[in-house]
Design a protein around this ligand. Structure first.
Ligand code: GLU
Length: 432
């Protein structure tokens, strides 16, 4: 099953649960706009190389399309469509005034020089410029893109639209020097921890002392490790695509991350973080999934927990910081096994929520303090969890389906407002 079919399956399941109106089912079934671009850059060796990129606007009923841009060899249109659909749901769950979008370039960006990466970003920006804009479609970072890349997008967009005063708001996740927001970098992880804490509160449980394994040690994964450790949880394993560390007694993820930055992979950091935990062993990105622990954080890529390995999961709670890390079939297995899943569209919504704060600061020409951002984010994520939990109770369903029901209700509401019958009837300008 393709990734986009997974998205559709989840939407249909929720639509059936809540009896969504047929028109909105149709609207949600396919993206509003899809753009494929082919462009080239000049490599440092003098050769010209072609690249293919995509931008998808899934739905804009609730506001401008919003969503990241990823640079990854596996990027294709199906993936970008799926990710854009999840953004429509996520923005509605977080109740921020956006629709869903996503973009990407099929590229192994690690193989490009800094100058080539800048060229790639600027050329891609020119190619998608006709459909993006501060009130139209607002990209952001995603897998293997960062603040510097967002700065290049803003700058290139400004070159194309020199009279656009609000050009900084065309993209979020920028560096602090260039209109970025404090707290954006750690927002995905912080938001996930807020949801986790809100859930634990309902069970009268605490994070302190809980054993945590984290698959994926990029932006979301390493901030999650740090925050969870600060709150008293024990990090017993972290992995990235090349390997990882497991220590029964836990270890210091900050040391592990500093080492990863130097060596390129956390799997090479076994000795480096010694002293902060005994008996460290190597562990792979696959094996970490089967570790016995309280909390498994999925912060890598999509399709990690599948029908093949869902039976092996031994965590009590799964927190999805990546997008789509659990397939719908695997999710059903986890639910049957009474493993609580805090789903991506809720748990990782902190990233796009602080993107929204950045966008607002840019449009209002304001700068909010780190405390202001953190406080707003916590309130927003906890409210999202409460809203989802209420629907889970109302329909006696799991948090993933409840998140979709909540989102579809809000999107349906926007649809009805937009089309409030006679008021917006179409009148022909030139009847024949
Ligand atoms: N790429 C992130 C996500 O998947 C953030 C999107 C954004 O900030 O617009 O949620």
């Amino acid at each position: 099953m393709s990734l986009y079919e997974n998205t559709q399956k989840l939407i249909v399941r929720a639509a059936d649960t809540m009896d969504l109106m047929p028109e909105v089912r149709v609207v949600m079934n396919e993206p509003e706009r899809i753009l494929t671009v082919d462009f080239h850059i000049h490599r440092d060796n003098g050769k010209i190389e072609m690249f293919r990129g995509f931008r998808v606007q899934h739905n804009t009923l609730r506001g401008p399309a919003k969503g990241g841009i990823r640079f990854h060899p596996q990027v294709d249109m199906g993936e970008v469509k799926a990710l854009a659909g999840w953004m429509s749901i996520k923005c509605a769950v977080a109740d921020i005034p956006y629709g869903g979008g996503k973009g990407g370039i099929e590229v192994d960006s690690a193989k490009l020089s800094g100058c080539e990466l800048e060229q790639l970003t600027r050329e891609f920006t020119r190619a998608i410029a006709p459909i993006i804009g501060p009130r139209r479609d607002v990209p952001a970072p995603d897998v293997r893109t960062n603040g510097q890349i967002m700065d290049w997008i803003a700058d290139e967009y400004h070159k194309i639209h020199p009279k656009e005063d609000d050009y900084l708001a065309v993209v979020t996740g920028k560096t602090l020097e260039n209109g970025g927001s404090l707290g954006r970098d750690s927002a995905t992880a912080a938001g996930g921890v807020h949801v986790l804490e809100a859930f634990l509160e309902t069970k009268k449980e605490q994070l302190k002392g809980m054993r945590v394994a984290i698959q994926g040690f990029g932006n979301a994964g390493h901030h999650a490790a740090r925050i969870l450790q600060e709150k008293g949880a024990k990090i017993i394993a972290v992995t990235d695509s090349k390997g990882g560390i497991f220590a029964e007694d836990g270890f210091d993820p900050i040391k592990a991350h500093n080492c990863k930055l130097k060596k390129g992979g956390v799997g090479e950091c076994l000795l480096e973080s010694e002293g902060s935990g005994k008996d460290q062993k190597e562990i792979s990105n696959d094996d970490i999934l089967a570790l016995e622990c309280d909390i498994l954080v999925l912060a890598a890529l999509e399709n990690q927990v599948t029908i093949e390995n869902a039976e092996n999961i031994r965590a009590k709670i799964v927190v999805e910081l990546a997008n789509g890390p659990t397939t719908p079939e695997a999710h059903e297995i986890l639910e049957k096994r009474m493993i609580t899943v805090l789903p991506d569209v809720l748990a990782n919504a902190g990233g796009v929520t602080v993107s929204y704060y950045e966008w607002e600061q840019n449009l209002r020409h304001e700068k909010w303090t780190e405390e202001q951002v953190a406080e707003k984010l916590e309130k927003s994520q906890k409210k999202a969890f409460e809203d989802v939990a209420k629907i889970a109770e109302e329909f006696k369903t799991d948090f993933r389906n409840a998140s979709y029901v909540l989102a579809l209700r809000r999107i349906e509401h926007a649809f009805l407002e937009k089309h409030s019958a006679a008021a917006h009837g179409f009148s022909c300008s030139n009847p024949i």
